[in-house]
Design a binder for this molecule. Structure first.
Ligand SMILES: [Fe+2]
Length: 386
């Protein structure tokens, strides 16, 4: 298909969560991940939206978290169908009218027309929302022209509460979602959103010879991106054989539908950040076996990276993973424990965060997906689920 006009996305401005327990999220983000709490929803907004919300920020990562107040609001409707999860991804765009016009011409489905707000200090904000094939996750497009307030209806705290981003979060590197079948979403991302194919892989444990041949778990992945902004979405669907035991299908059973599985947040120094998270904040990560590090020197040669700056013993202690495919060009990553496992509460959902430090590697090496896949597989085994 010929290249189609860009929507003018600048960045993922924020991600909007719907949760059962805002206090639990507040503790996780402010005391756990050292995010700052910028503000909360005003009483008027809580009444109108039938949900109470707080905004958290670390670096360029902005999260809005909402809990239902009574019945009928958006958070309540989302949580009636799913455990805690991401209900909206908000993009900042250069020109909201242009984005609206392009989406309308390409068959976008609008939840709202363009809504305009002023902050009383000369700042303006315009936005609209659309439905998507990402389950019940919607997309919102925002144009800011000097708008001072956080969002309409939010009240900034006089003094920012919570943390100071001591772990050094930078921005959202990518978002990953799981589907029962992902082709409709991929076509929609291409034809409606104007994203392009970036990378793809298939993977199955049955073919790895490390499990019994009568069962196994597979996934097919496709990464799409918006070349202008660099926004990337990685997407997974189950891969035969053994559809039912594919961890992608397990996610969909737990989430009760398609939806966002993880967000990857960048850090500048993953060793220092993860050490600090483990030692001082009690953040839990998915386990990596010692054998991974026994084989790592050989893998680094085989992947063509040849040499890494980090001490393998340190990576082993912290259970940080390495991936890449070019000489001295690689990435370091680790996956936090999923919320449902962390809180021993299925209503907390199968979502987790990834922490990533890129050292020259801009892509998605095969090992990236394999490492995550194997991490989840180990977690599922440890929980006796497979
Ligand atoms: Fe990822």
């Amino acid at each position: 298909m010929a290249k189609i006009e860009s929507l003018g996305i600048k960045t993922i401005e924020s991600v909007h969560w719907y949760v059962h327990d805002l206090e639990r999220s507040r503790r996780f983000y402010t005391q756990g991940l050292d995010f700052a709490e910028l503000g909360v929803s005003s009483p008027e907004l809580e009444k109108a939206g039938r949900q109470k919300s707080a905004v958290f920020q670390a670096g360029n990562v902005v999260l809005i978290v909402s809990q239902p107040v009574g019945e009928g609001g958006r958070a309540w409707r989302y949580l009636r169908k799913h455990p805690d999860g991401i209900g909206t991804v908000t993009y900042e765009v250069e020109d909201v009218e242009k984005a609206f016009r392009l989406l309308e011409a390409r068959g976008g489905t609008f939840i709202t027309d363009i809504q305009r707000f002023e902050d009383g200090q000369g700042g303006r904000l315009a936005m609209f929302s659309i439905t998507t094939p990402f389950g019940d996750t919607t997309f919102r497009f925002v144009q800011r022209d000097g708008y001072h307030a956080l969002f309409p209806g939010f009240v900034a705290h006089d003094k920012v509460k919570g943390g100071k981003n001591r772990f050094g979060f930078g921005h959202i590197d990518h978002m990953t979602a799981n589907f029962q079948t992902m082709r409709p979403m991929l076509l929609w991302m291409e034809h409606v959103m104007g994203f392009e194919s970036f990378w793809g892989i298939e993977f199955h444990t049955e073919k790895e010879g490390n499990v019994k041949k009568d069962h196994g778990s597979g996934l097919r992945s496709a990464v799409v991106w918006d070349p202008k902004s660099g926004v990337k979405f990685a997407n997974n669907e189950p891969l035969r054989p053994f559809f039912k035991s594919s961890q992608i299908n397990v996610f969909n059973e737990d989430h009760r539908g398609d939806g966002v599985q993880h967000l990857a947040l960048t850090v500048k120094d993953i060793i220092a950040s993860v050490k600090d998270m483990r030692d001082t904040a009690g953040i839990q990560f998915m386990p990596t076996p010692g054998s991974y590090y026994d084989l790592l020197p050989e893998r680094i040669q085989r992947m063509g990276i040849k040499k890494i700056d980090e001490d393998i013993q340190k990576l082993r202690e912290l259970e940080i993973l390495v991936d890449g495919d070019k000489e001295h060009s690689y990435l370091l990553q680790i996956f936090m424990k999923e919320a449902a496992g962390l809180y021993k509460d299925p209503a907390a959902g199968p979502f987790f965060y990834e922490i990533i430090q890129r050292k020259g590697d801009k892509g998605f090496g095969g090992g990236n997906f394999r490492a995550l896949f194997e991490s989840i597989e180990r977690q599922h085994k440890a929980e006796g689920r497979i």
